[in-house]
Design a protein around this ligand. Structure first.
Ligand SMILES: [Zn+2]
Length: 321
C-alpha cells in the first residue's frame, strides 16, 4: 500500500524502465511479405499500399539483400501467375512463379533467410476463390488434394515452411500427410488457423490480384463476432499437425486468448488494411512511435511472430535505438 509501494520508483529512468520491461519487440520477431509477379519486367509500386512493391522474377536480389542487411529472419511469399484457370494449376506447377521465386531466393540468401510460402488458390484461380468451385459453392474436401500438391511443390522448390491460408477444414492434415508421403517431414506448417472475414484485406486483393469474381469469403473465413470459435479453429489445426498457428488480422483479444489458452507458437499478420490505417494515421501523429507501439502491443498480447508490411521500417527503428 501507498506510501510503501510507489510504482513510480521503477519508472524513474530509461535504464530502469528497460530493466523491468515485460515485453520487447525485436527484429527476430518479424516476417516481411513479398509479392512476386510473373507478368512484370521491373518492380512496381502497389498503388493501394504506399511504399510496397511487386517484384518480377529474376530481380529479387534487391529486396532480399535489404532484408539480409536488416537481419529480418523471414519472408512470406505471394505469387501472381501469368496464367490462371479454374483449378489454380499454376500454384503447383514445377516452374510456377512461387516455385521459381523460392529457388531464386535460396540462391541469393542460402540458409540465412527462412522462406515461407503462402499456400492458397485465390491468386491462381480465374474465379479468385481459395478453393475449387462448383455451382457457385466453394468445395472443401476436393480442394484439400490440391493444397497437398501445392505444399509438395513448394517444399521441393526449397521452402522451409508452407503457410496454408485458405481456411478449408482439414487442410493442415491433408498438407502434413502429402508432405510426409514425399519425404518432406521437416517442412513446417505455419497455419492461418484463425482467419477472419474482414474488409481489412481489401488492399491485399489489389496487391495480389486475388479478388473474387462472385460472392465473398464468408462461407470459409471466420465471422468477426466470434472468439471461442477461434480457439476451436486453432486447436483443430494443432491436432492436425500445425507447427505454428496464426491469427489474422492481428486482433489483440484473439492473439491473447489463443496464446494463453493453447500455449503454442503463435504468429499474427498485421494485414494490408492495418497497414493503410497506420499509413493514414501518419498524417495526424508520429508514424514511427505509433507503428512501434502498435506492434509492441501485438507482442504484449502474446504474439511470438509478426508478419508485417512495416518489418523493414521496424527493423531500422529498432536498430537505431
Ligand atoms: Zn486464398
Amino acid at each position: 500500500m501507498y506510501p510503501r509501494i510507489r510504482f513510480r520508483r521503477l519508472r524513474k529512468s530509461q535504464k530502469i524502465r528497460d530493466f523491468v520491461s515485460e515485453t520487447s519487440l525485436e527484429v527476430k520477431d518479424l516476417v516481411y511479405p513479398i509479392f512476386i509477379d510473373e507478368n512484370l519486367k521491373k518492380k512496381k509500386e502497389i498503388p493501394e499500399m504506399p511504399n510496397q512493391y511487386r517484384f518480377p522474377l529474376g530481380q529479387l536480389e534487391e529486396p532480399i539483400n535489404e532484408l539480409l542487411e536488416l537481419k529480418i529472419p523471414a519472408v512470406i511469399l505471394f505469387g501472381i501467375p501469368s496464367y490462371k484457370d479454374s483449378i489454380g494449376s499454376s500454384a503447383y506447377a514445377k516452374d510456377g512463379v512461387i516455385q521459381k521465386a523460392i529457388k531464386e531466393i535460396r540462391g541469393i540468401a542460402g540458409e540465412d533467410l527462412i522462406v515461407i510460402a503462402d499456400l492458397c488458390l485465390c491468386e491462381y484461380t480465374d474465379h479468385g476463390h481459395c478453393g475449387l468451385v462448383k455451382n457457385g459453392k466453394i468445395l472443401n474436401d476436393e480442394t484439400l488434394e490440391i493444397y497437398g500438391k501445392i505444399a509438395v511443390s513448394q517444399a521441393e522448390a526449397g521452402a522451409d515452411m508452407v503457410a496454408p491460408s485458405g481456411m478449408m477444414d482439414g487442410m493442415v492434415m491433408a498438407i502434413r500427410e502429402a508432405l510426409d508421403k514425399e519425404g518432406f517431414t521437416d517442412t513446417s506448417i505455419l497455419s492461418y488457423a484463425v482467419k477472419y472475414n474482414t474488409v481489412l484485406y481489401t488492399p491485399f486483393r489489389y496487391a495480389a490480384e486475388s479478388g473474387y469474381k462472385f460472392g465473398d469469403r464468408s462461407t470459409y473465413q471466420m465471422d468477426i463476432r466470434n472468439s471461442d470459435e477461434a480457439i476451436r479453429e486453432a486447436k483443430a489445426d494443432i491436432e492436425e499437425g500445425a507447427d505454428i498457428i496464426m491469427v489474422k488480422p492481428s486482433f489483440l483479444d484473439i492473439i491473447y486468448r489463443v496464446k494463453t489458452e493453447l500455449k503454442y507458437p503463435t504468429a499474427t499478420y498485421c494485414v494490408s488494411g492495418e497497414y493503410v490505417m497506420l499509413k493514414a494515421a501518419a498524417n495526424y501523429l508520429n508514424e514511427k512511435n505509433n507503428v512501434l507501439e502498435y506492434h509492441i502491443c501485438r507482442k504484449r498480447a502474446g504474439a511470438d511472430i509478426i508478419i508485417t508490411y512495416y518489418a523493414k521500417d521496424l527493423a531500422r527503428w529498432l536498430q537505431e535505438k
